[in-house]
Structure formats: structure tokens, C-alpha cells
Design a protein. Sequence first.
Length: 197
Amino acid sequence: MSKSATAAEATFDERVAALCDEQRAVIGALVTVRKPTVAAIAGPAAGAGLALALACDMRIAAQSAIMTTAYARIALAGDYGITWLLSRVVGYARARELLLLSERITSERAEALGLVNRVVPDADLPDLAFQLAASLAEGAPVAFRLIKDNLEHAVNSSLVESLDYEARNHIMAKLTLDYKEGVRAFSEKRKASFGGR
């Protein structure tokens, strides 16, 4: 879309291209980052907001949080990767239900469906989300990257392909200094100090 054209003046193709660029920049960045990501859902997560949360590796919700795809209720088809993300997080049948009905989901139901990993008291959400993020930040960066690579690869692979891919990444991880540190820390009964090497 040209800088002088407003959104209302843009052609169909220009609108599609602009949304594609925007979605890839936001959701693409979250999904492809090779470090663990955590979403803290304090209030409503609807439509693209829910997609942003789903793009993270882990999601913690406050008890009062609600979630909805919302698209069908306002005659939209979905954006920000919601269909791809939902299908992988809750499965194809549940993704259809959530998208077609666009019901408001309580945090407890969201946890039961697998939309969120944990539900915590509202007042505890900031501290517990930060603690989880801090704990992950102390983990082994190379191992996290390889784990995320394994998970992404497994979605579209056969068992044998996954076994082979995991074997490669497992041996790669065993060659790191972090692995040596992890084994040493385990045997010395202390917390490991990983350096990402």
C-alpha cells in the first residue's frame, strides 16, 4: 500500500499484503524465536489477542481472565494465525468449535481445553508469570532452541523422521559446555549455571 493511500483507498491486494506483513512481523517473530516465551493473560484475550497468547510457549491466566476467538460473532474469518495456532494447541476438532461458536471461555475451561497451562489467582499473576519467565531464563539456551526445533519438526513429520531429527539434536546438545555443566551440577547437587555454549 502506498504511503499516500489510506486504508479505505487501498486495493484488495494491498490490504491483504499489508495484513500479511503485519501478521508475519508479530506472530512470526513469536513463533520463530528460539527462546521460551510466556504469555500472562490478565483480562480478556479475544481474536488477535488470543492468537498472540497462543503464539507463546506457555500461557498463564488469571482466574478472572476470559478468552474467545470472537471472529464468527463479528462476521470475520480469523487472522494472526489463529487457525494454525489453535489447531496445534487444542486439536482440529476443538479449534473448529472455538472458531465457529466464538464462545466466551473462562480461565478454568481454557485450562481444561489446553489453551492455557496454568490458572492462578488474579493478584498472583504478575509475580508467578515473572517467576516462570525468570526460571526459563536460567535454563540452557541451546537445549531450549533444540527442543523447540524438535517440537516444530514433529508436527509435520513421521515418527521415524522425528526420531532421526531428535537424535541429531540430542547429540548436538551433548557436545555443548552447557550439557557438561548440567551433568556436573546434577552430580554435585547444585543449581546449574548455563552459558549458552
